[in-house]
Structures are given as structure tokens and as C-alpha cells.
Design a protein around this ligand. Sequence first.
Ligand code: HEM
Length: 247
Amino acid sequence: MTPPSAEPTGDLQRFDRVERALHWVNAGLFGVVMLTAIPLYIGSLAGIFGRRHLLVEIHVWAGVALPVPLLLALAGPWGHNLRDDLSRFNRWTKDDFDWLFSSARRLQARVGKFNAGQKLNAAFIGGAIVVMLVTGSVMKWFSPFPNSWRTGATFVHDLLATAIFVVVVGHIAFALTHVDSLRSSITGRVSRSWARRHAPAWLEEMERAEVLSSQRGVSTPLGSLAGSQSRSATADLKANRSVIPPT
Ligand code: HEM
């Protein structure tokens, strides 16, 4: 067991298996929907592939499937870390605004588990799934709707598709140039030095929870925060029930 006074060591668990699986299944579905969208938009490309009807079916059903992995991941006890992260996305601190709007203050911002860019990206992707599902459904099953709805839905679908391409390409470029972040989406883990540089407030939260857990006699390093002990320690911290004097 790590004594409470010892300097914590070891990697931190950033994402559990459910979150990583969700990320990659979602990425795969987005890949299919976006790749099939290109020839649907650029008619001459669809001609090269032939079988446009098949492309539409793949596009539509991969699109309809987009929210399913998220809902499944959220539905049961296995989704506790995901639910926790979603609530982090919804919490905006002054440091997030400093990070977003001031290049001078960004260096001092005490960012939590996710920076403002990651929070905006998550909100955009979540919202985009809903809007694409609604507009795509009107385009596919158009008979109950007036023509103006179909036209409007196509316009919004195309416009948002352009924004999705920009955001997703940016997301991939970011991942490829930030190897530690990419690694954490595969292994789930990050080093403490990474957390110190990119998510200092989260590191502090984890280390306080770690000490709290070790005081309770839990031998698992709280770095692997997927465990229920660490969750209850974190919950105590959030509820200001910490037994650790503030540092
Ligand atoms: C990431 C999500 C999505 C992206 C980026 C995307 C993108 C696109 C693009 C660029 C087009 C071509 C539009 C045009 O020809 O002007 C298209 C067509 C279409 N999309 Fe999507 N879409 C997405 C999700 C969906 C979903 C969820 C559905 C169904 C529920 C859907 C249904 C359709 C339909 C029915 C068409 C028309 C196909 C045709 O020309 O017959 N899409 N989509």
C-alpha cells in the first residue's frame, strides 16, 4: 500500500474499456458515414462506384446506428466513468474560458480532465449526431413531410456535414500530432507528467483521491481510477467530505 505521504507514481487511468470501445466504434461509424457521404455529394464519384443505391443504404444505416453505441455505453453500471466524463464536459470553469480565449492566460490555466477544446468537440459531435439523424430521416423517409421540409433538411444536412468534415479532420490531425493523447485513447492511460502539463486540476483531483483511498486501506493505486473505491473517494472529494486537509 502506498503510504499517504509518499510521492504518487505510475500512470493514471484516463479512459476505461467502455469509453475506449465507444470512442473507436463511434469513430468507425463516422468513418463509414463520411466516406459514403462523399460520393453521394459529388455525383460523378458515385458514378465511378456504381451502385449508388447501396451507398445510400450503407450511409443511412450507419448513420441510424450512430447514437446506439453511446446509448448502450450509458445504459448500465458499466457506464459510470462515461457518465462522469459527460458531466465533466458540462462543467465550465474560469480556467476553461482562460484556456479558450486568452493565449497569455492559457499557460496558467488549471485545466481539468478535458480542456475547453475537447469539451466543445464533444458537445459538437453529440449535437451533430442528433441533427444529422433528424435531417437524414426526413430526407430518407420524406413522404409524410411537405417538400419544403425535405429541402430544408437537405440544406441543413449538407451544411452540418461540411462542419463535421472540418471538425473531424481537425480532431484526427490533433490526435496524430499529440501522441500521448492518441495513446490514451488506445491504452486508456496517461503519464503523470502528461497530466501535470495538460490536466493539472485533474491530476490534483486524482492524487487527492489516491491519498484518500490509501488512508482507507485500498491497495489499488488510485491512478487506475476505474475502480469503485476510487469513485467513492472522488465523490467524497466532490462533496467536500475529504479527510485530507487542503494543501
Ligand atoms: C456524420 C453524419 C453524417 C454526415 C457527415 C452526412 C453527410 C451527408 C452528405 C454530404 C450527403 C449528400 C447530400 C447531397 O446530396 O446534397 C448525405 C446524404 C444523405 N444522408 Fe447523410 N450524413 C450523415 C448522417 C446521416 C444520417 C444519420 C442519416 C439518416 C438517418 C442520413 C441520411 C442521408 C440521406 C437519406 C441522404 C440522401 C441520399 C441520396 O442522395 O439519396 N445521413 N449525407
